[in-house]
Design a protein around this ligand. Structure first.
Ligand code: AHR
Length: 497
């Protein structure tokens, strides 16, 4: 079967905002404790951060990391996580029914983010708290000095402000599971008033309002419209959260899930633009997909978790087909680079994550690490409009699913163009011909492939290199045309110059 792409440097869709390659670390499971932070681990630095985790994260070049939650943030008192560690409270954590030791808090996370070269996307608690705690936290983090909270930060050993720029106004406030869940009208008003006060402390902030926890929520779309109606002028982004799984074991349908992400993005953009029209505004609200991933596990019950410190939770083991879906989602985000300016694969380590560690033991990389790594490294520059032809199939929930999912990104500085492509066909290779008209005579620098005969194959502590990329793909270029045979069920990165 055959497919084609036209890649032209004049067909500019948008610059990639590097923040689409963001991730997320919540005080949940072993993400913080046992993930990034484990004093006593043989690789721990003097502060207690695991150097093996720092290295694996640094390699991903993660531009921004959302913190501290998630559901966790809706019951979090940020004051408990600052000051001398030995004096910090142990708190009952009601989002996940565990004990929070508060050994890692805002300042430690800022240190960690520096070590891995990331910005922090801070979230404020709009569940149990509100305007006051939020504006105090902004003052603590970003105000230089001369006020109570900025001087407190200095007294805690952090003379320079953290200068966190991107802030989430709460988390999933539409979800009944959220501590302090709200109606759209309650939340819209609170988000608006909190945004005003936070920006009066620091006018440079970029603020993200909560959209729906998922497109399946009963209140979906109405929630977005109401929240934006009440906060339009004071927020910059609207969040989208979405997770996929193959718990029905229907792989063709699972591989099509990125079409759902595509439709979700289109629907939220349309809803935001409806409010823009209603308000006769010149301002566009951008989208932040600040939680997305494959998520299969159900999670423990309250009784199983009860008040343990950092028990393992949501430690999904990802296989080859999960990596293909993650790849398709990354391509989908890039296809919307004109509207989606931030996105966070949720999460980064140990909790539904591309990176896994064992307490006291080694670190290994899941299958999903690789499409994330490749797009983050090679997908910087300008997204070119994808003009694609591909044979299609129908699945249980989707019609006209193209076998080829693809996008190209042009990095002008390096004069490199990269094609990211997934072949969704489970039993046949897909011939791809790319017309590179405006690029002249290009050559293939590398054709990286992630593939495995067994779609359920995964990397584990015992066999961490079962599914790893190779660069033996078949891409060849001649006279402005590139041809490749994309292996069945494969992730491909074709780098050309
Ligand atoms: O990422 C795990 C959880 O999923 C987050 O805490 C919550 O926001 C979402 O429901």
């Amino acid at each position: 079967i055959q497919s084609t792409m036209i890649v032209d440097k004049d067909f500019k869709l948008a610059e990639v905002d590097p923040r689409v390659y963001g991730s997320f670390i919540e005080h949940l499971g072993r993400a913080v404790y046992g993930g990034i932070y484990e004093p006593g681990h043989k690789t721990a630095d003097e502060q207690g951060f695991r150097s093996d985790a720092l290295a694996a994260i640094r390699a991903l070049n993660v531009p921004i990391i959302r913190y501290p939650g998630g559901n966790f943030v809706s019951g979090y008192n940020w004051e408990d996580g600052v000051g001398p560690q030995e004096k910090r409270k142990r708190s009952l954590e009601l989002a996940w029914w565990t004990t929070e030791t508060n050994q890692v808090g805002t300042n430690e996370f800022a240190d960690f983010a520096k070590l891995v070269g990331s910005e922090v996307m801070m979230a404020v608690n709009l569940g149990t708290r509100g305007i006051d705690a939020a504006r105090n936290l902004v003052e603590y983090c970003n105000h230089p000095s001369g006020s109570y909270y900025s001087d407190l930060r200095i007294a805690h050993g952090y003379k320079e402000p953290h200068a966190f720029k991107t802030w989430c106004l709460g988390n999933e406030m539409d979800g009944p599971w959220q501590i302090g869940a709200k109606t759209a009208a309650e939340y819209g008003r609170l988000a608006n008033e909190t945004a005003k006060a936070m920006r009066w402390v620091d006018p440079t902030l970029e603020l993200v309002a909560c959209g729906s926890s998922g497109s399946g929520m009963d209140t979906f779309a109405e929630w977005e419209a109401t929240v934006l109606d009440l906060s339009y002028d004071n927020v910059d982004f609207l969040s989208l959260h979405t997770y996929y799984n193959n718990n029905e074991d229907d792989t063709p349908n699972f591989l099509a899930r990125s079409l759902d992400m595509d439709q979700f993005i289109r629907s939220v953009a349309a809803t935001a633009d409806y409010i823009k029209a209603k308000k006769k505004s010149k301002k566009t609200i951008y989208l932040s997909l600040d939680e997305w991933n494959v998520w299969k596990s159900q999670g423990s019950s309250r009784a199983e978790q009860l008040w343990q410190v950092a028990p393992p939770e949501f430690e999904d083991v990802y296989n080859m087909e999960d990596a293909l879906v993650v790849g398709c989602c990354l391509i989908t985000l890039l296809k919307h680079a004109d509207r989606v300016k931030m996105a966070c694969i949720a999460q980064l380590i140990n909790v539904i994550a591309p990176i896994m560690t064992e307490n006291g033991g080694p670190l290994w990389l899941q299958t999903t690490y690789y499409p994330y790594l490749h797009t983050s490294i090679y997908g910087r520059g300008t997204v070119l409009h994808p003009l694609i032809t591909s044979p299609k199939y129908d699945s249980k929930d989707f019609a006209d699913v193209p076998y080829l999912e693809a996008i190209s990104v042009y990095n002008e500085e390096l004069s490199e163009v990269t094609v990211f492509a997934v072949n969704r066909h489970l039993s046949e290779g897909l011939e791809l011909t790319v017309d590179l008209r405006s690029f002249g005579a290009v050559h293939v620098l590398e054709h990286i492939v992630l593939e495995h005969e067994e779609l359920k194959a995964c990397n584990t502590k015992q066999s961490p290199e079962t599914v790893v990329p190779h660069n033996g793909g078949s891409a060849q270029a001649e006279g402005g045309r590139m041809t490749a045979l994309l292996a069945k069920a494969s992730w491909n990165v074709i780098r050309l110059r």
